[in-house]
Design a protein around this ligand. Structure first.
Ligand SMILES: *[C@@H]1O[C@H](CO)[C@@H](O)[C@H](O)[C@H]1NC(C)=O
Ligand SMILES: *[C@@H]1O[C@H](CO)[C@@H](O)[C@H](O)[C@H]1NC(C)=O
Length: 262
């Protein structure tokens, strides 16, 4: 008994790199509900990747692989989670479509596998797995430093990584450096990085939060409010988070005192 619906009628075929591919239709893949403000028609060379995060694949690391792919994927590659793709137990399973032809890949269990899959799908000139993994490692190192309160170390690691020719995850790196610069007191640098992140990934809510944080520190409270509203517009669920509620509370205090003193 599997309890896992088999959504795809598949016929096995082998592809290079030891991954097994099945023909499938991405029409069976579910998108999480999310409002899209900037919908542009997909180019014919579009690449879509869907990672199963349903129970069995989640146990096998589906969510971690989803996060790794989101961090690695170059702009134009659309990465999201999806429901069961069948083949439960051989996961994490990933459905990928390149220029309309789709396949399912099993056993994509680590960031290294995810990077190899991207290189396989995009070709060596479209994605360099080793460079992508190095950039991902740099961002993780910087985020760990930031967590420990060492913003200068985080800033240095990210600046060094950003000087290299990185193909994916740039918005995440600029967002992290924005946080590091803000805690170092480099407010204009923090705002510039947050704006760069929103330019690269306009639908990435955390970039708008960082933009709001920099504007708040600049005492640009109305602009900060608008940036937070942009983040909320993209992901209404952040309203319930502790960090967002703290931002709103701080902003309210400033706006109230600005109103009463004028
Ligand atoms: C996820 O798996 C459960 C069984 O574990 C199944 O009932 C459910 O329909 C699956 N959801 C999707 C979206 O595939
Ligand atoms: C502050 O940010 C600017 C970019 O706006 C950058 O050139 C500068 O090196 C940063 N300073 C520090 C100390 O990080």
């Amino acid at each position: 008994m599997s309890g896992c619906p088999r959504l795809i009628s598949s016929s096995a075929m082998a592809v290079a790199g030891g991954v097994t591919a099945f023909s499938c239709s991405l029409a069976t893949v579910h998108r999480p509900p999310r409002r899209r403000r900037h919908t542009t028609p997909r180019a014919s060379g579009a690449v879509e990747i869907r990672v199963c995060t349903n129970r069995t694949c989640a146990c096998q690391g589906g969510r971690e692989v989803l996060a790794a792919l989101e961090g690695l994927a170059p702009p134009g590659v659309d990465v999201a989670s999806c429901g069961c793709l069948g083949r439960c137990g051989a996961g994490p399973n990933i459905a990928a479509s390149v220029s309309g032809s789709a396949a399912i890949f099993g056993h994509v269990g680590t960031a290294a596998h995810a990077a190899q899959l991207l290189e396989h799908l995009l070709g060596g000139s479209g994605f360099d797995a080793a460079a992508g993994l190095a950039a991902l490692a740099a961002r993780e190192k910087a985020e760990a430093a930031l967590e420990k309160g060492d913003a200068a170390e985080a800033e240095a690691v990210l600046t060094e990584a950003l000087e290299k020719n990185i193909c994916g995850g740039l918005h995440l790196m600029y967002r992290s450096r924005s946080k590091a610069r803000l805690s170092m007191g480099n407010i204009t640098g923090a705002l510039a990085d947050a704006e760069e992140a929103t330019k690269i990934a306009p639908e990435f809510p955390q970039a708008h939060l960082s933009r709001g944080d920099a504007l708040f520190t600049m005492e640009e409270y109305r602009h900060a409010e608008n940036a937070y509203a942009d983040a909320l517009d993209l992901d209404p669920s952040i309203r319930r988070t502790k960090s967002f509620r703290a931002r709103v509370e701080k902003l309210r205090e400033k706006l109230v005192s600005a109103d009463t003193s004028s």
